[in-house]
Design a protein around this ligand. Structure first.
Ligand code: FAD
Length: 376
């Protein structure tokens, strides 16, 4: 379709597609993003936007810590602070029986040489979060963690990508992929797009794109739900989660409380729709009011669910395609990919431009999930 020469086609205009495109364009590559709906339509527009290193899987910690440095420098990267505030993230023990879990995590962290998580006692917890119910006993904290504004983040990444020369086509879905000499031809209703390299950043639909490339990567799906309340006076600054309960709780800059924690609605992947299950969602509201009793009479103003691909080990797929030369994967973030956005884009640029990366991505190779190939 486009007469312009394209070096890399990115399938999917979520934050991971935007970030990869931005890093590649800044390195001089001509990049086009094909987005079936509109930028941020799915997970990246539905996200809680928690910027969390706390309680990360060991194999994610190195890239998560690098991403955190990037978040602390985000204005220099994308020209906007993305509404990022580093007021810390806390994982709270409601009672003494939850404490050993936090202590074990801390012992492991220290043994592995990590210092970014600490255990705080009840007195410090109450100082940091005075509104918390006094029955809580302790918390694990990552003080440099925080949260951002997802829509400001999307706009900032989009603006920066376009300023670096990235071309974005919205309303253009990829229906088929075929080899064209040493290039890839992407078939869409708007015509064909051809380039030697492509990135599969298609979120919940990534397995479908991978299959078009000959990679059979089994993925599951999540449809995480969120609640937003009416605006209230300042209540808390850190982001709070609780051991053994589905809760992530924070206050936005506008004063609303933003409540999530992974409670699941349902998704119709074919129809590209997700659905809120109110009975299930009430568990999140209950956890919130147990932990913050002063919020009991607040009105809920909005709820939603957002779709994302999950892997069986809850770790992402970030790698070159095992079967298709010139194709690369970045998906399967399993509900915690927002924080990783700046660094994963840099990794994709490394893989495409240099053919390798010094960042630690061994745990994210698609082959770990591809049983057929593993058995062969
Ligand atoms: C409710 C919720 C809360 C979350 N909270 C957090 C959090 O607090 N912290 C955190 O780190 N992470 C969180 N996450 C996860 C995080 O938001 C995601 O990991 C991240 O946004 C994934 O971005 P993405 O670009 O990979 O996917 P998406 O944003 O879903 O983008 C994929 C895009 O690909 C497009 N696409 C699909 N198929 C095609 C095709 N054939 N052709 C063209 N385009 C196509 C889709 O339309 C979509 O726009 C949350 C997610 C949800 C849903």
């Amino acid at each position: 379709m486009s007469g312009k020469v394209i070096d890399t086609l990115v399938i999917g205009g979520g934050l991971h597609g935007l970030s990869a495109a931005l890093h590649l364009a800044r390195a001089g590559r001509r990049v086009t993003i094909l987005e079936r709906s509109w930028i941020g339509r799915h997970s990246s527009g539905a996200t809680a936007a928690g910027v969390r290193t706390l309680n990360r899987d060991p194999s994610e910690i190195p890239i998560s810590l690098e991403a955190m440095e990037m978040w602390h420098n985000i204005e220099a990267i994308v020209g906007d602070d993305c509404g990022f505030h580093a007021h810390g993230q806390l994982n709270i023990a409601e009672n003494a029986s939850h404490l050993p879990k936090l202590e074990r995590r801390l012992a492991w962290m220290r043994e592995a040489g990590y210092e970014h998580e600490e255990l705080i006692d009840r007195a410090e917890l109450l100082k940091l979060v005075p509104a918390i119910s006094p029955h809580c006993v302790a918390a694990l904290i990552a003080r440099r963690d925080g949260a951002a504004d997802p829509h400001r983040t999307l706009q900032a990444f989009r603006r920066s990508a376009e300023a670096a020369g990235v071309v974005i086509h919205e309303g253009v879905g990829v229906d088929a992929i075929e080899p064209a000499g040493s290039d890839w031809r992407l078939r869409t209703e708007a015509g064909d797009f051809v380039a030697p390299t492509l990135i599969n950043a298609a979120g919940a639909w990534s397995a479908k794109i991978a299959a078009m490339l000959g990679d059979d990567i089994p993925l599951g799906h999540k449809a995480s739900m969120m609640i937003v309340t009416e605006r209230i006076a300042p209540l808390l600054k850190p982001v709070v989660s609780v051991v053994g309960r589905p809760l992530s709780f924070k206050q936005s800059d506008q004063g609303t409380l933003v409540i999530g924690g992974g409670l699941q609605g349902s998704a119709d992947i074919e129809a590209q729709k997700s659905f809120v299950h109110f009975r299930e969602l009430s568990k999140g509201a209950r956890a919130a009011t147990d932990l913050f009793p002063s919020t009991k009479s607040l009105r809920i103003v909005r709820t939603w669910a957002g779709m994302e691909a999950t892997t069986k080990d809850h770790l992402p797929v970030i790698c070159a395609s095992p079967n298709a030369k010139g194709a690369f994967h970045a998906f399967g973030f399993s509900g915690h990919g927002f924080q990783l956005v700046p660094v994963v884009g840099a990794i994709m640029a490394d893989l495409i431009i240099r053919g390798s990366t010094q960042r630690s991505i061994e745990g994210f190779d698609a082959r770990r999930l591809m049983q057929r190939q593993a058995a062969a």
